[in-house]
Write a protein that binds this ligand. Structure first.
Ligand SMILES: [Zn+2]
Length: 116
């Protein structure tokens, strides 16, 4: 039996709520941008596509948490999987692992947790 965590996922503790993109970096030259900008301050690379991808990631991340909170685990997993596609990394894998755990897909949950 799965017991839900006492906390509300749509009102998460600070660590969960922290935005991973407060500091935007240019993928070309690595320069910190100090905000969401259309072009890199240093090398003038076009950052609009990156910004769009990060915005889509954030939207899917929030949708996944909302769906988890409402116990809509299949939907949460779909949003989490989109997060992993948009931004592969430990954070995305952990979110998808939680979703898969709650869906009862223990195999993928364990696999993701091992990679995270
Ligand atoms: Zn740059």
């Amino acid at each position: 039996m799965i017991t839900r965590p006492a906390m509300s996922l749509s009102n998460p503790p600070q660590a969960w709520a922290s935005r991973p993109f407060d500091e935007m970096r240019c993928p070309t030259c690595g320069a910190r941008q100090g905000g969401w900008v259309d072009a890199c301050r240093r090398c003038k690379s076009d950052l609009r596509l990156l910004r769009a991808a990060l915005a889509a990631y954030e939207q899917n991340w929030r949708s996944a948490l909302t769906a988890l909170d409402d116990e809509r685990y299949d939907e949460a997993a779909a949003h989490a999987r989109r997060c992993l596609e948009l931004r592969p990394g430990a954070e995305s894998r952990r979110l998808l692992a939680v979703c898969q755990l709650l869906r009862g897909d223990w195999t993928e949950a364990v696999e993701l947790a091992r990679m995270a």
